[in-house]
Design a protein. Structure first.
Lengths: 73, 350
C-alpha cells in the first residue's frame, strides 16, 4: 500500500467523500486510493468521481472496499 | 442516473405518506415527523408527562425495522460503534430540543411547507444556515473520529428493543401513557402506520435519503443528489395536500406551529448544525440505528432524553410561541455545540 492511501473506515458521512474530494482538488494527484467500509461511502465516492471526471474501480477486501480513482484527461 | 431514480422514489413515497397519513388520522401537517413521533414515544413510556403528546408511534418502529430488514437482505447491515458516544448522545438531545422549539424535525418542515405554512420557510432558512455552519466545521477539520467494528449482537439491540416495544404496545396497550386529546391522540391505524414506517424506512435505507445531507452535500461537495430527494418529498406532499384540501398559505393559525420567527429560525438552525456534526438528520439516525450503527442508536436515545428534558422543563414550542425557558435552552444548545465543535477542531489541528 502506498502512502497516498486515504483510510476513511469508521468515519461518519460525509467525511469519506470530503477527504476524497480534498484529494481530487489537488491537481498533483492523478491516482487516489481510498479505503472505505460502508456502501454509502462507496456510492458517494463513485458519484463524486463521475462529477469530477475520475475513473472509478473497486476491489472488495473482506468487509471493506479499496477504491482507486484515476484522473481522466 | 440510476441512483437519482431511487432517491426520487423514496422522496415521493415519504411525501405521499406525509400527506395521506394525516387523512388516515395523524395530526395536521404531521403525517410524518421524526422528532414529534420520538417525543410522543418518550411520553408514551412516561419519560415526560405532557399529556397531549404521549403515544407509541408505530411509524418510528417501522422506520427502524424497515431499515433493519432491508439492510440484512442487501448485506448493508454492518455493526459499528464507539465514535464519541457521549458527545453523540448529548448532541442528539440538543438536536431534539432545537426541533421541538420549532415544532418539528426537518422532515416535518418540508411537509409544513408543502401545506403552505410559511413559518416552515423561516425554519428552512435557519436549517440551511445551521447546515452551512456545520459544513464549515467539517471543512475546518471537525470529526467525531472513526467508529470500530463491533460484534453483531450490538446491532440487534435497537431493532430488538423496538420489537419488544411493539409487542407490548399491541398486547398490553394500557401499560403505556396515551393522550386522549391534542396531537398525541391523532393517530393513523396501527398497521397502516407501521406499514408506512416500514416502506419509508426501507426506501430511506436503500436511497440514503437525508434532509441534512441534502443541503450539506450541496454546500460542501456541490452535489445535488440528495437534494433531489427533498424536492421529491415536497412535490408529492404538495400534490397530496392539494388533493386533500389541506393547503392554506400563510403564517398565522397553521396547525401545531407558532409564528415566533427568530425561534423558528434558531430552533432549526440548531438542528442543522447538530445534524451535520452527527452525520445525518433525525430520520437518517433512525435508519442508521436499524442498519447496525450503534452510535446512531445512542443518538436515538439522546433524542428520547432531549424530548423528555424539553417537555419536563417546558422548553418546547407551543402555538403561543417559545417561552423564556425554551429560548434559554436553545441558546444553551448553541453554546454547548459550538464549544464541542471548537474544542475538537483545535485539538485536531494540533
Amino acid at each position: 500500500m502506498g502512502n497516498n492511501l486515504i483510510d476513511t473506515r469508521g468515519l461518519s458521512c460525509p467525511e469519506p467523500v470530503l477527504k476524497t474530494r480534498q484529494a481530487m482538488v489537488d491537481k498533483n494527484n492523478s491516482v487516489i486510493r481510498i479505503l472505505v467500509d460502508t456502501e454509502v461511502a462507496r456510492d458517494n465516492i463513485r458519484n463524486q468521481a463521475e462529477q469530477e471526471n475520475f475513473s472509478f474501480s473497486l476491489e472488495k477486501q473482506g468487509e471493506d472496499y479499496l477504491i482507486t480513482l484515476k484522473r481522466r484527461d | 442516473m440510476h441512483n437519482n431514480r431511487l432517491v426520487v422514489i423514496a422522496g415521493l413515497v415519504v411525501g405521499f405518506f406525509g400527506a395521506f397519513l394525516v387523512l388516515w388520522g395523524n395530526p395536521l401537517n404531521m403525517g410524518i415527523c421524526v422528532a414529534c413521533f420520538v417525543r410522543d414515544i418518550a411520553g408514551g413510556i412516561g419519560l415526560h408527562r405532557a399529556e397531549i403528546v404521549q403515544y407509541i408511534r408505530p411509524e418510528i418502529i417501522g422506520f427502524i425495522w424497515g431499515a433493519f430488514l432491508l439492510s440484512i437482505f442487501n448485506g448493508e447491515f454492518k455493526v459499528r460503534g464507539g465514535s464519541a458516544p457521549l458527545i453523540r448522545f448529548l448532541l442528539g438531545a440538543i438536536m431534539m430540543i432545537g426541533a421541538l422549539a420549532f415544532l418539528g424535525c426537518p422532515l416535518r418542515m418540508i411537509l409544513r411547507l408543502a401545506a403552505g405554512d410559511l413559518n416552515a420557510l423561516v425554519g428552512f432558512l435557519g436549517f440551511s444556515g445551521g447546515i452551512w455552519v456545520g459544513s464549515q466545521f467539517l471543512k475546518m477539520g471537525f470529526s467525531l473520529g472513526p467508529s470500530q467494528v463491533l460484534g453483531k449482537i450490538n446491532g440487534l439491540i435497537i431493532p430488538g428493543l423496538m420489537l419488544i416495544l411493539f409487542v407490548l404496545f399491541i398486547s398490553l396497550p394500557d401499560i403505556f401513557f396515551s393522550s386522549t386529546e391534542g396531537p398525541g391522540s391523532s393517530r393513523a391505524p396501527i398497521l397502516l402506520a407501521l406499514g408506512a414506517g416500514l416502506a419509508v424506512g426501507s426506501l430511506s435505507q436503500r436511497s440514503r435519503l437525508c434532509t441534512a445531507g441534502a443541503l450539506r452535500d450541496l454546500f460542501l461537495i456541490k452535489n445535488l443528489h440528495l437534494f433531489i430527494g427533498i424536492i421529491a418529498i415536497f412535490s408529492a406532499a404538495l400534490v397530496g395536500n392539494l388533493i386533500l384540501g389541506n393547503f392554506s398559505i400563510g403564517f398565522a393559525d397553521q396547525p401545531v406551529s407558532h409564528t415566533d420567527y427568530l425561534w423558528n429560525f434558531l430552533g432549526l438552525g440548531l438542528v442543522g448544525i447538530t445534524a451535520v456534526m452527527l452525520g445525518g438528520c433525525p430520520l437518517r439516525q433512525l435508519i442508521l440505528s436499524g442498519e447496525g450503527n450503534t452510535d446512531s442508536g445512542l443518538i436515538f436515545f439522546g433524542m428520547l432524553a432531549g424530548a423528555a428534558i424539553s417537555h419536563n422543563f417546558g422548553l418546547a414550542g407551543s402555538p403561543g410561541g417559545l417561552g423564556m425557558a425554551g429560548q434559554i435552552a436553545v441558546i444553551g444548545g448553541f453554546i454547548i455545540t459550538f464549544s464541542i465543535a471548537g474544542t475538537i477542531i483545535i485539538v485536531n489541528k494540533k
